[in-house]
Each structure stands twice: as C-alpha cells, then as structure tokens.
Ligand binder design. Structure first.
Ligand code: TXA
Ligand code: MG
Length: 320
C-alpha cells in the first residue's frame, strides 16, 4: 500500500482476503453493497467502530447498520417479532434494514448502536458484501462511505474523495447497482414504521406485512438520515424546477423543457430506477463543475421515487 494514496483494489479473491484481515485487525475497509458503498469495521470491536465515527466526522448519537451474513446471526443480535421475520424472509439478502430490540445475547459493541436498546440489521444483497462477511466471519458495522452529511458514494473513487487515508482499503466493484440506500423499517411494535424511504418501495413492504406502513412523523431523530440537511452538494439545489434559470446547472428527468439544454439527465427515457442509480453521482458532478446553483426537474413520487424525493428534499434543505 502506498503511504500517500489510499488503496483502491478490484474486489478479487486476494483483495477480499486482505480486506477481511484488515477488518479483523480493527481497521476500516470500504466495500460495495447493492445500494451504496459502506465504510466497514468489525462490529464486535468498539475501538474499530469508534474509528468509523472519527473517519466520517459522524455525530456519536447516530447509530450504524450492522451487516450480517444470515438470518440466524441477525436473530442472535436482535429480537425479531412476526413482522420482522416476514420482512427478513421476503427481502433478505437485500436492500432493507430492520430496526429491532437488541437481544440479551447481542455481542455487537454499544457504540455501533449509539447506546440505544435497538439495533439496525441488514443482510446485504451484493455478492462482494456477502463474500466479505463470509470470509471475515464477523458482523460488519457500516454506514455509507461518505463524509457525514455529504452525498453517499456509489463508486470507489467517491469513497476515496471523501475519506482519503482514513480508510485502509476500498474494495472496488464498479458502480453500485441500485445507487440509493436501503429502506429502514422499525419493527419494535406490532405496526412496522418507515424510518427511511429507500430501495424497497412502500407498496412492496405493505404487501408483505398486510397492513399500512406507519411513517415517522415525530421530530425526534430516530434515523439521522432524517436530519433535515443531508446528502447535500455544495451547490444550492432547487427542486421541482420546470424551467432553467440563469446560472443554474440543470438536471433533467425524462424530456427536458424546450431550450433548457440540461447538463445532466437522470434518465432520458424517464425510468425511475435508472434515475435512482444516477442520482448521487450527478449530485457529486455538480460540485465538480464548481456550480453555485443547480436545479432539478420534478421526479415522480411512485416506487423508488419516494426515496429519490426524500434525498432531494434533504439535499436542498436549508443548511445548519
Ligand atoms: O444501504 C444502506 O443502508 C447503506 C449500506 C452501506 O448498507 N448504509 C447506510 O448507512 O445508508 P447510514 O449510516 O448512512 O444510514 C443508516 C441509518 C442512519 O440514518 C441511522 O440513524 C439509522 O440507519 N439507524 C441505525 N441504527 C438505528 C437504530 N437503532 N434506530 C433507528 N435508526 C437507526
Ligand atoms: Mg449515510
């Protein structure tokens, strides 16, 4: 590993082995999941997990998702009620995170949960993430691999740009397939609650649980992806824009307004899934252009559009 540049390696067998060894030695490793890149540490090692908070400059009150290899490991860390079991069986491995009460036998370090008596668990769908979990043989605590409050990383070089030398290795498997984070569901009571809209859409979840999904409507932050300003580019972002204004960098979705000459189009064919996959990368490119102002066309609210609009609302929110 070069002392100056941080180590981005194609995620082959040797790199996976080295990444697993680094994790076991208490180091931080970034790795691709099917949603976004995660910044991983051994979830059983408090010192290693503390390193995640330092590397991201993440507030200590903001708990992490613990990635696990299988349902039995998940159930050793958390108490699953019937709805949690239904959701795990329907969507794992995959882009849904379940928040459940921490079990008595839970060995995950307290700092990963930010001292809460609940734990967020996910079996990732991406093959590299699964292989890393298998080879390392430990649960991996991993938030998105970006500076706290910044845009999640969907390619390895975005991780490097945000975290630099603070991560020992980045496993590179190209752009993540989905491009937007997992859906987070709290299964603490009989009625599951949506804490963060994400890759699995509301209607799919409601079909499985056979009831409406409650939505977090308290002002209490139970998933700080719910912080009002988050996922934010440096540029001031105007959402639901129907016209380009002078000095805007313009982001289209589908057919752009006549004469608007957009710099970016999240999906020329108006495909919401393609738009999700391109969103974070386009938000980062706005900053690379040095734009002060950007505007984005309305995104339909159906399907994964709910998650896209959630991220855009936060990306465009007043900064603290
Ligand atoms: O797709 C994803 O979910 C990615 C990949 C890497 O798995 N991870 C991710 O992590 O987006 P992060 O830390 O950026 O977002 C996790 C969210 C945070 O908003 C955190 O507050 C919430 O999960 N969370 C974690 N534990 C929680 C808990 N016990 N109760 C409520 N929210 C929790
Ligand atoms: Mg994040």
């Amino acid at each position: 590993m070069n002392g100056q540049t941080q180590c981005i390696r194609p995620a082959d067998t040797a790199a996976l082995r080295d990444a697993a060894d680094l994790l076991l030695a208490g180091k931080l490793v970034a790795f691709p999941t099917e949603t976004v890149y995660g910044l991983g540490a051994n979830a059983l090692n408090g010192e290693a997990v503390a390193g995640i908070f330092a590397a991201k400059n993440r507030p200590k009150f903001n708990p992490l998702i613990v990635h696990v290899a299988d349902l039995s490991q998940a159930r050793s860390f958390g108490n699953f009620n019937d709805h949690a079991v239904e959701l795990a069986r329907a969507f794992w491995p995959g882009p849904i995170t379940l928040v459940v009460p921490k079990s008595k036998t839970c060995k995950v370090c307290d700092i990963a949960m930010a001292g809460l008596n609940t734990i967020a668990l996910r079996i990732p769908g991406g093959l590299i993430a699964q292989e890393l979990l298998r080879v390392a043989g430990i649960p991996i605590a991993a938030p998105s691999a970006n500076r706290s409050g910044h845009i999640s990383a969907t390619v390895a070089c975005h991780v490097a740009a945000d975290l630099g030398m603070r991560v020992s290795m980045v496993l590179d498997d190209g752009p993540t397939v989905i491009g937007i984070e997992s859906t987070i569901i709290s299964c603490q009571d009989d009625a599951p609650r949506l804490l963060r809209a994400g890759a699995i859409e509301r209607s799919q979840i409601e079909k499985v649980i056979g009831q409406d999904l409650l939505t977090n409507n308290t002002t209490r932050i139970s998933a700080p992806g719910q912080l009002t300003s988050h996922y934010a580019p440096n540029a001031i972002l105007r959402i639901n824009a129907t016209q380009r204004q002078k000095d805007d960098v313009f982001i289209a979705f589908g057919t752009p307004p006549l004469g608007s000459a957009p710099e970016f189009n999240l999906s020329p064919s108006g495909d919401i899934i393609e738009a999700a996959a391109n969103l974070f990368s386009v938000l980062r490119q706005i900053d690379l252009l040095g734009a002060q102002n950007a505007a984005i066309m309305p995104i339909p609210h159906h399907g994964i559009g709910e998650a896209i609009n959630d991220r855009l609302n936060r990306a465009s929110a007043q900064r603290a």
